[in-house]
Design a protein around this ligand. Structure first.
Ligand code: TYM
Length: 354
């Protein structure tokens, strides 16, 4: 039994300001995974036009995500950083996946239901097909591991369903072309062209919540800026937002169990843990029994210490657009070379002449 070569892939949309949820749920994990893995990190500009077609300064938004990647510590020479539209094979494979996936699968996606709202008939076809493009992003490199926040879990399950259906529908052609790999899916041996992607969601902050309401996800679209910490916020703003964050009147518990039913406390402890690479239990062993009036200033100090250098570096990089553009162009070329190889094999498996 052979296996796919491990490859980490993930993407971030160039829409609005990056916030602490994006950083802790995704980018900080991207950085940590570099040491032991081959990694590809993508600014998914094709995805950004699914919900809203026209964007003010989309080029600037794309550059700012690339700047955030690099300022956070991603090495664009050892790994690949690029923007999705530079590699047309993402859209090409997404078309094939549109023919593999079923409309019913897409209709069940909670993000589609949330984003389309009541007027589903008026949502773009691209918004419905969004997860198919996301599967193509990963699988055009035959990516195996995908670090994301908890909100992307359902999309990654769908990517597995698409990969599985392709592998089974084209089983004979995959064998005939000699392009497959023997894997186990559960106990079942499968001769696969595409791997079953593994979501990497674990960690103390897989779902960072709003600072104003511990039951709502921290999000770019929340009308209240006090609900989130943006990666471009200065120290004073971070301090103000954490001081104003909603809490309850109790002291912090000494064990993680005690956070149950206290969403705001759990969120702030999770943020502290993720920013300091510790577990929630470990943080509570230090702060258990203390009031938020003690914990919040410690969290402000930690957040400012971790985020300020990233913000400063992002600003510096964004002043040098030629440098960022060169990184993206170089990453795009290296990504394209890999994606072309996959698409040549996929075309052969399907039976296209080219
Ligand atoms: P996007 O751009 O909305 O978010 C980027 C990453 O940030 C994570 N995230 C969070 N994590 C924890 N707490 C939060 N409050 C929070 N908010 C956002 C997201 O889970 C994500 O990891 N569909 C994706 C982009 C994408 C992609 C891909 C990801 C396109 N193709 C292929 C992985 C692989 C999205 O819209 O992420």
């Amino acid at each position: 039994m052979t296996a796919f070569k491990p490859l980490v892939f993930s993407g971030v949309q160039p829409t609005g300001n990056l916030h602490l949820g994006n950083y802790l749920g995704a980018i900080r994990k991207f950085v940590a995974l570099q040491a032991d893995n081959d990694c590809i990190y993508c600014v998914v500009d094709l995805h950004s036009i699914t919900a809203q077609l026209v964007h003010e300064d989309l080029k600037g938004q794309i550059r700012s995500i690339a700047a955030a990647f690099i300022a956070s510590g991603i090495d664009p020479e050892k790994h690949i950083v690029f923007n999705q539209s530079a590699v047309p094979q993402h859209a090409e494979l997404a078309w094939i996946f549109n023919c593999v996936a079923r409309i019913g699968w897409m209709n069940r996606m909670t993000q589609f239901k949330d984003k389309a709202g009541k007027d589903r008939e008026n949502a773009s076809l691209g918004l419905l097909a969004y997860p198919s493009l996301m599967a193509a992003d990963i699988l055009v490199y035959r990516g195996t591991h995908v670090p994301v926040g908890d909100d992307q879990k359902q999309h990654l399950e769908l990517a597995r369903d698409i990969a599985m259906k392709f592998n089974l529908d084209f089983r004979d052609n995959i064998r005939a072309t000699g392009t497959g790999v023997d894997i186990l899916v559960g106990d079942e041996p499968v001769h696969a062209y595409f791997p079953m992607v593994e979501p990497m969601i674990e960690g103390p902050a897989p779902r960072v919540m709003s600072l104003r309401d511990g039951t709502k996800k921290m999000s770019k679209s929340d009308p209240s800026d006090l609900s989130r910490i943006n990666l471009m916020d200065d120290a004073e703003t971070i301090s103000k937002k954490i001081r104003k964050a909603k809490t309850d009147p109790e002291a912090l518990p000494s064990e993680a169990e005690g956070l149950k039913g206290r969403p705001e406390a759990e969120n702030l402890v999770g943020i502290y843990a993720a920013l300091s690479d510790r577990s929630k239990a470990d943080v509570l062993s230090e702060f258990g029994g203390q009031q938020f009036s003690t914990f919040k200033p410690a969290l402000v100090d930690l957040a400012v210490t971790v985020l300020s250098p990233i913000t400063a570096e992002m600003r510096r990089l964004m002043d040098d657009t030629a440098h960022i553009d060169a990184i993206l162009r170089n990453g795009g070329e290296r990504a394209r070379a890999r994606a072309e190889k996959t698409m040549a094999e996929v075309s052969d498996i399907i039976g296209f002449l080219r």
